[in-house]
Design a protein around this ligand. Structure first.
Ligand SMILES: Cc1ccc([C@@H]2N[C@@H](C)[C@@H](O)[C@H]2O)cc1
Length: 450
């Protein structure tokens, strides 16, 4: 054990009601919206295939030139209520909003920066309108906040001189002020998801990351903070030098997921994955033909995969500069919502089932011990193999949507063939298992002598 002043503050998973709500929410929406939506991946006639919210970097645009985009910021089609209804109909229980991305443009009228909505043709407090509208739909609001701020001349990638150190301490004070401002203006916010915290300057100031976490938790009791903010005394990030998770949930699964067989360690802590629909695009990009666009079932697979391993999934949307969403994203939200309407019982407030994963799909476990089989790959054998943990047997199985009884045949100790539904549902479907914990029953099957 190394003594740490700025290491992990939690021992194991937080068990308070705010964290339980975070966990039970399971499905979130990411909203990446900023000046980058205006050029949409194109600069001076050249279209860049990289992340559209990084266009300033790809096209090497100086900050003062980039911030002139503010004069064009006028999302006349923005309607917070429509955005909230879209998230509601998708079945999202929370929304993570980019309050400020790396570019430094603030979606709220911050008094600590001149780069805010207040200094654009569309003066309104967009963040405030979104918070109100989502909350009115019963949707929790989480704030994405980029510490790295390309618009602030005090930002430093590293601390190599006394001047760097003085400038960066001014920058950290500016950041504290913005965080306090966000907490004061929008006290219903439930979470801060920090990004832009990988630079050496932050790793050398682990104390500040611990202070920022503590400050927000004092201002907003119950608020959750992601691991990505945190660096310990030695600059170790996410997990401290003693291997303990910092923050309240692991947030390293960005556009990737843990392996459901090899990476079961993630079930020991809370975690949240986030994903894009085109591989690289978080912000609005005008040309989605440049990369593969995931189908609704491919997005749903990732949502279920995360929940089956005790994690949350946040699906990204990149609104247009005019404040509307592209048709593909509206269609995706509708398709996910339709599926969640039928099968959400196997997702919301569900967790890792501790059953070994099988080829046909994923397991989740509900609050009352029921186990769900979410079937993505129905085998030609028409039998879904289930191997139960020692001492657990299957009592009964039914199709979640119709309650149709599903035949279960025990094939050997702790192994069963669960039949597929009479009529193929034609979409990923859910079988609910009623399991029995058989205390101490002697198995009827003998081990082979080899
Ligand atoms: C290398 C890299 C840095 C930052 C990112 C940001 N994190 C995502 C959540 C988006 O905000 C993306 O811009 C992505 C890749």
């Amino acid at each position: 054990e190394i003594y740490l002043k700025y290491g992990a503050t939690n021992e194991g998973k937080r068990q308070d009601s705010a964290m339980q709500k975070f966990r039970d929410n399971r499905l979130g929406v990411f909203i990446h919206w900023g000046l980058y939506a205006i050029p949409g991946g194109e600069w001076n006639g050249k279209v860049y295939a990289g992340a559209a919210e990084w266009l300033k970097s790809w096209a090497k645009v100086p900050s003062n030139e980039w911030m002139q985009l503010m004069s064009q910021w006028n999302p006349t089609k923005f309607d917070a209520k429509k955005w909230a209804v879209m998230a509601k109909e998708m079945g999202a229980k929370y929304v993570k909003i980019t309050t400020k991305h790396h570019e430094g443009f603030c979606l709220w009228p911050s008094k600590y920066s001149k780069y805010t909505v207040a200094s654009t043709p569309y003066k309104r407090d967009l963040l405030g309108e979104m918070v109100k509208a989502y909350n009115e739909e019963g949707i929790d609001v989480h704030f994405y906040f980029s510490v790295m701020d390309w618009s602030n001349s005090d930002y430093r990638y590293d601390i190599k001189s006394q001047e760097d150190s003085i400038a960066f301490s001014r920058f950290l004070e500016f950041t504290d002020n913005q965080l306090k401002e966000l907490a004061a203006r929008y006290p219903t916010v439930k979470d801060f998801w920090f990004d832009g915290t990988w630079d050496a300057s932050i790793k050398k100031n682990g104390w500040w990351t611990a202070h920022a976490e503590q400050m927000l938790k004092e201002l907003l009791p119950g608020v959750t903070i992601n691991s990505r903010l945190r660096a310990d005394d030695k600059g170790k990030r996410h997990f401290d030098s003693n291997g303990r998770l910092m923050g309240d949930y692991e947030s390293g699964y960005e556009r990737r997921l843990p392996d459901p067989v090899q990476d079961l360690k993630v079930t020991q802590w809370d975690w949240e994955a986030c994903m894009t629909v085109p591989e690289n695009q978080w912000g609005y990009h005008k040309d989605w033909s440049l990369s593969y666009i995931k189908t609704p079932f491919e997005v749903i697979d990732r949502i279920v995969h995360a929940v089956s391993m005790g994690g949350n999934m946040v699906v990204n949307f990149g609104p247009q500069a005019d404040g509307d969403f592209r048709p593909e994203e509206k269609a995706l939200a509708t398709a996910i919502g339709k599926w969640m309407q039928c099968y959400g019982k196997a997702i919301y407030a569900c967790d890792y089932a501790e059953f070994d994963k099988q080829d046909w799909g994923y397991y989740t476990r509900g609050k009352n011990g029921e186990v769900y089989m979410i079937v993505f790959n129905q085998p030609y054998s028409e039998r879904l193999i289930v191997k139960t943990p020692k001492g657990i047997s299957i009592e009964q199985a039914s199709l979640l949507t119709t309650n149709e009884n599903i035949v279960v045949v025990e094939t050997t100790r702790n192994e069963y063939n669960v039949s597929v539904p009479q009529k193929n549902p034609g979409e990923p479907y859910v079988i609910q298992l009623k399991i029995r914990v058989a205390e101490g029953t002697k198995g009827v099957y003998k081990d082979a002598l080899t």
